[in-house]
Design a protein around this ligand. Structure first.
Ligand SMILES: *Cc1c(COP(=O)(O)O)cnc(C)c1O
Length: 569
C-alpha cells in the first residue's frame, strides 16, 4: 500500500448518489449502486481518484409494504457516526444570496488498503438560513428549484470544495449522469469562457435511454437562480428553449459514453452529432458474491476477485459443490422471507426473483398477463419473490406493488403458488435475492433499460437470467446463451419494439413450461452446468474490467492491470 498526495489525485468522480453501504441512505437505486461499485473497484485497482456526492440527512426513504401498499417512512440520519466532518466551507450564490456548503469524508478501502476519499456535501451548516439548510435533506424529492440547487451544490460546489481541500491537479472531472453538469459552468468561469479548455477536463457518462429521463429546467428558473452568473453562451451549451443537463454535459466534455453497447447506439440517436462511446457496466464481484460461494471460489479459484478472467475456470468446480452452496444461499433467503411475511415458501421449489425499481417500463406485472395459464404452468412447482421501491410520486408504480401483492392469495388458494412482495428493498435484501433465488426475471419494455445491473449480480451467483434482450443482457446472452434464457424478439428484429405485451408473455410462459421447469426438476446436473455458464459471464460483467476500460478510454490513464505488471500510469 502507498499513500497518495492530494495533488496526485487526478480524477474527480461526481455522482448524485453513491451507495457506500447498504444502510447509509446516500442512494436510491441502480445509479448509486453502480457508482459505489465503480469506486470499490477503482480502490482495488489503485486508481488516483476522489469522489463527490451529496449527503442527505433524510436519505431517500425507508420502504414498508403493508397489505400491498408502499409506505414511505422518513429517515433521520446521524452521519457523524459514519463520516468525518471536514472543517472546510465553500460558498455558492443563489439568487441574490450566498449560502455555505460543508463536507463529510468517507474512505472506500480497496483490497490492498488503497483508499478513495468520498466527499459528501451538505448545506446543513451553521450560518445558513433555515430554508438553505434544507437543500440537501432528501434525494430526488425536490421541487425544480431545489433540484437545481442540489445540482449546483454537486457540480459547482463540488469543484470549489476540491480546490479548497487541495486537490489542485485534477485532470478529469467525470460527470456520472447529467446531474453534475453545472460543473461545466464552474470550469467556464475558471477558464474565462474558453470552452475548449473546459472540454479538455470534463467527461460524461449518460445512463438514460429515455428522452424524458434527462433533467431539463425552465430558463426562467435558471435565470432567477443564477442571475448575472450565467455564461453568455448558455443556450449554445444547454439548449435553446430549456436547459437540458445532458446536453450541457455533452457540450462540455471531451469524451462521452453510454453504459451498454445498445445503450450507446440509442444515445447516439437521441443526441445526433455527438460521439458517444459504449462502456458496458459491471458489478463489483467481491461485494456482490454470496459468502458461501465466496468460500468455494476462494478455495478453487484463488485471486478471482482481482484477476476476473480466472472466473473462466469455474468448470473446475463440481456440480454438487456448487449446488450445495446455492442451497445455503437459498435457505438464507427463505429464512428472511419467513420472518418478514406469512406466505409459505419451500426451498425445494423453483424460485423466481424479480427486484428492481417498480415502475411502468419495467413491466412488473407482465407475468400475470394470463394468470390462469401462468397458474397452470407453475402449479405447486414455482414460487415468486418480488421486491423494489417506487418513487414516492409514482402512483402508477405503487399500484403495481398493490396489484402484485393482491395476486398472492389468489395464486396460493387456486394453484398452490407462493408469491410474496417484500418491502425494504436495499442492498442487503438485494444480496439475499440475487443469490437465493434460482431464476432472475427481467422483462422491461425494450430499449428502455440502459444496462440493468441486478442481472449481473444474479449471474455471478449462479442464478440464471430469464430476461428480455435489452441492456446488458443483449451482450450477456450473445456471449453465452447457456447462461440463461431470452424472452421475446432480439435486437436484430427491426420490429422488436412493436409487439404487444402478450407476445412477450406468451414466450415467457412457453419457455418456463417447456425448458426451465423441466430442467430444474428433471436434470439437476444440467442445471448446475448452466449455473457455471452464468458464473463465467461475471468474468466480463464486473467493475474491475469496466474501470480498466474507463481508465484507458475515458480517464486516459495508461493503466496496466495491477496484478499483472504492477501499477503503471
Ligand atoms: C443492483 C441494484 C439496483 C439496480 O438494479 P437494476 O437491475 O439496474 O434495476 C437497484 N437497487 C438496488 C438496491 C440494487 O442493489
Amino acid at each position: 500500500m502507498f499513500e497518495l498526495q492530494k495533488s496526485d489525485r487526478i480524477i474527480a468522480y461526481f455522482s448524485m448518489e453513491i451507495a457506500l453501504e447498504s444502510d447509509i441512505p446516500t442512494y436510491s437505486g441502480g445509479l448509486g449502486v453502480l457508482a459505489g461499485d465503480t469506486l470499490r473497484s477503482a480502490a482495488d485497482l489503485e486508481i488516483p481518484a476522489v469522489a463527490i456526492t451529496l449527503c442527505y440527512d433524510k436519505g431517500y426513504f425507508f420502504q414498508e409494504v403493508i397489505q400491498g401498499r408502499q409506505i414511505e417512512r422518513e429517515i433521520q440520519w446521524e452521519f457523524s457516526s459514519e463520516f468525518e466532518r471536514l472543517p472546510n466551507i465553500v460558498e455558492l450564490n443563489i439568487q441574490d444570496k450566498k449560502f455555505k456548503i460543508g463536507g463529510w469524508l468517507y474512505n472506500i478501502k480497496g483490497e490492498t488498503g488503497f483508499e478513495i476519499p468520498v466527499i459528501l456535501l451538505d448545506s446543513n451548516i451553521e450560518g445558513n438560513e433555515h430554508w438553505q439548510k434544507n437543500f440537501t435533506h432528501i434525494l430526488y424529492d425536490a421541487t425544480p428549484f431545489q433540484r437545481v440547487v442540489q445540482e449546483m451544490i454537486l457540480g459547482q460546489g463540488g469543484m470549489k470544495m476540491l480546490e479548497m481541500l487541495g486537490y489542485k491537479n485534477i485532470q478529469t472531472y467525470h460527470m456520472n449522469e447529467g446531474h453534475a453538469a453545472f460543473g461545466v459552468f464552474e470550469q467556464l468561469e475558471k477558464f474565462k469562457g474558453d470552452i475548449e479548455e473546459v472540454r479538455k477536463r470534463c467527461i460524461f457518462t449518460t445512463h438514460t435511454p429515455v428522452s424524458a429521463g434527462h433533467d431539463r429546467f425552465n430558463y426562467d428558473l435558471i435565470k432567477d437562480i443564477f442571475r448575472d452568473r450565467l455564461p453568455d453562451n448558455y443556450q449554445e451549451l444547454g439548449g435553446k428553449n430549456e436547459l437540458n443537463m445532458s446536453l450541457l454535459a455533452l457540450n462540455g466534455s471531451r469524451y462521452c459514453n453510454g453504459v451498454a453497447q445498445k445503450h450507446a447506439i440509442v444515445s447516439r440517436k437521441m443526441f445526433p452529432g455527438y460521439e458517444i462511446d459504449g462502456i458496458t457496466n459491471g458489478i463489483h464481484n467481491g461485494f456482490w458474491i454470496n459468502p458461501h460461494l465466496r468460500k468455494l471460489f476462494d478455495e478453487k479459484i484463488p485471486n478471482w476477485t482481482m484477476d476476473y478472467n480466472l472466473l473462466q475456470d469455474v468448470w473446475d468446480i463440481g456440480n454438487y459443490e456448487l449446488w450445495n452452496k446455492h442451497m445455503k444461499a437459498k435457505l438464507e433467503l427463505m429464512d428472511y422471507e419467513k420472518s418478514h411475511s406469512w406466505v409459505l415458501m419451500d426451498e425445494k421449489k423453483l424460485t423466481i426473483g424479480f427486484a428492481r425499481r417498480i415502475t411502468e417500463y419495467k413491466r412488473p406485472s407482465l407475468i400475470f398477463d394470463d394468470v390462469e395459464r401462468m397458474g397452470k404452468i407453475c402449479k405447486k412447482r414455482v414460487q415468486f419473490i418480488f421486491a423494489g421501491k417506487s418513487h414516492p410520486r409514482d402512483e402508477q408504480g405503487k399500484n403495481f406493488i398493490k396489484q402484485i401483492s393482491d395476486m398472492s392469495d389468489y395464486l396460493y388458494d387456486s394453484y398452490g403458488i407462493g408469491l410474496v412482495f417484500l418491502g425494504a428493498y436495499d442492498m442487503d435484501l438485494a444480496h439475499l435475492l440475487v443469490s437465493g433465488v434460482d431464476v432472475w426475471l427481467n422483462n422491461p419494455r425494450r430499449y428502455m433499460e440502459a444496462s440493468g445491473t441486478s442481472g449481473m449480480k444474479a449471474t455471478l451467483n449462479g442464478v440464471l437470467n430469464f430476461s428480455v434482450l435489452d441492456g446488458w443482457w443483449i451482450e450477456g446472452y450473445q456471449k453465452d446463451p447457456m447462461a440463461g434464457w431470452a424472452i421475446g424478439p432480439g435486437p436484430q428484429d427491426p420490429k422488436a419494439t412493436e409487439y404487444p405485451d402478450s407476445y412477450d408473455a406468451n414466450d415467457l410462459y412457453t419457455k418456463l413450461e417447456r425448458e426451465i421447469i423441466p430442467l430444474y426438476y428433471n436434470n439437476r446436473d444440467g442445471w448446475a452446468e448452466r449455473m457455471k455458464h452464468a458464473i463465467r459471464l461475471a468474468s466480463f460483467f464486473n467493475t474491475h474490467r469496466m474501470v480498466e476500460e474507463y481508465a484507458e478510454r475515458a480517464w486516459q490513464l495508461k493503466v496496466q492491470p495491477r496484478w499483472k505488471s504492477g501499477l503503471n500510469y
